[in-house]
Design a protein around this ligand. Sequence first.
Ligand code: TK8
Length: 335
Amino acid sequence: MFRKLLLATGIAAALLAPVAASAQDVKSRIIRFGYGLSESSNQGRAVKFFSEEVSKRSGGKLKVKGFGDSSLGSDMQMQNTLIGGAQEMMVGSTATLVGVVKDFGVYDLPFLFNNEKEADAVLDGPFGEKLMKSLSDKGLVGLVYWENGFRNLTNSKRPITKVEDMGGIKLRVMQNPVYIDMFNRFGANAVPLAFSELFTAMETGTVDGQENPVTTIQSSKFYEVQKYLTISRHVYSPWIMMASKRWWDGLSADEKKILQEAAVASRDFERKDSREASAQSVAYLKEKGMQINELSPAELERMREMVKPAFDKYAADGGAEVLKDLQAAIAAARK
Ligand code: TK8
């Protein structure tokens, strides 16, 4: 009798299992996912990975359609479209989120992180999580951070071996007061501009230079319009993957889980891929004719000294608490 029962429950379980899997509450949906870089960039590769993961995990029902090259708008425009609910997802810089949640500017203060490992620990830990969660009152759902990377300087005027060489250079920066303040302190002429307008601005001489990770300098072909590359690693820049809260709130628990898990998988893929690509980029850019130099430790120290007041200014402008929390999180990551 007992054995019969066991057998019966076994059969029932076997019959139920596939039913449970297909009974996941998942609708057929098209998810428009916008990003700024090209399809062949580290960003583009990771969007493709995310799309494939979501498709696998949803039995093909959730279709993530990637739109690269800012074809759905600049980072800032997309943020607003997500808030309005007219676009589902995006990945972009954290720097341009300052208009939504001011505290995001804290990541842009210079020379905070020494390496990628510290950045991963802080971004994926309680500090990064808390900041990401603060977006939900503003109509955005932050899912994961990807790596944009350590930023370096390029320009078409002259090699930069000391801070003074930045004097008078019209330097495009992200639309964020921390960047404007920092580069003006270095003596450059900071020009805030959307990334989508950057190549043309350099080509036409509206700006002389910009700063971004080497992977972006490669994938956006900035070497075609910029002669000098200075390895300065002045800021570690994250990207953040976000969904429209209006749209997200209408998803089932199963759908949210699929997207969340695929986002985490894409984060791990993206960081590994970006780091591998980054290691190749300098040689590539040299081959493309860029003249490359690295700032000396002594010069970097001078720069650190010069921008100290930027930290005080940031704290005085309402950022004291978030800055203190971030510094504590970095200190903890170093232990
Ligand atoms: C791409 C941007 C870019 C960022 C910038 O949309 O604006 O310079 O570094 O990666 O988010």
